[in-house]
Write a protein that binds this ligand. Structure first.
Ligand SMILES: [Zn+2]
Length: 210
């Protein structure tokens, strides 16, 4: 699993992430954004959602814990019975990756995604608070895990959900990692192909969340 690293106009501690290779609009938006904004962006060097590590398939947004990684490996590699060598490899390298992605100076990690079927309606029930300003655009929404970030994002003209529940299960995703480590994390979902809408929301966040 390799990342292309884009340094912005300075480093304010903000980190950006594009982790699913089959979400090209988010990649394009992030590349454009970094031309004029500060922080460091990590863009996965893959054209597919699932990546291969040590010969086995895994969702890259499920490897941030050993438990989550094992679940994803079981799902993605039917018939394979032992994952010990991949799990050991991940245990050895996970901390290094996290060190790069972890925001600095109290700043936040901002992950950009695109969807094809998924929408905010699936997140409402498991959210602590929601602000749905664009009910006709359910595929475009922010998900945040810090209450102060929510208090700002809810003033935007966009859809936002806030989730800060104690997770019942560790799925190995970045939002769980952020909760565990106590750093700010915001996820932006937009329909694949909605380039202008996604760039507009990324800029709104950067202008309003410091
Ligand atoms: Zn994604």
């Amino acid at each position: 699993m390799r990342f292309n690293v884009r340094r912005g106009t300075g480093d304010n501690g903000r980190r950006y992430l594009h982790i699913h290779g089959d979400e090209p609009t988010a990649r394009d938006v992030l590349n454009t954004h970094m031309n004029t904004h500060a922080g460091i962006a990590y863009l996965i060097d893959s054209s597919t959602r699932i990546v291969t590590i040590e010969g086995l398939k895994i969702d890259p947004n499920r490897l941030f814990s050993r438990i989550g990684a094992e679940k994803s490996l079981r799902t993605q590699n039917p018939g394979v019975t032992s994952f010990d060598h991949v799990l050991a490899f991940l245990d050895q390298h996970r901390e290094n990756l996290v060190r790069h992605l972890e925001p600095q100076h109290g700043n936040l990690l901002f992950a950009l995604h695109n969807n094809r079927a998924y929408s905010v309606t699936e997140e409402i029930e498991q959210s602590d608070e929601v602000s749905i300003k664009e009910p006709s655009r359910p595929r475009e929404f922010f998900l945040c895990t810090d209450s102060r970030d929510f208090s700002v994002l809810r003033q935007s003209p966009y859809n936002v959900v806030y989730q800060n529940r104690k997770p019942t299960e560790d799925d190995g995703s970045l939002s769980r990692l952020a909760a565990k480590r106590g750093f700010r994390y915001v996820n932006l979902e937009c329909a694949v192909g909605a380039y202008d809408a996604q760039l507009e929301r990324v800029r709104w966040l950067d202008d309003h969340l410091k």
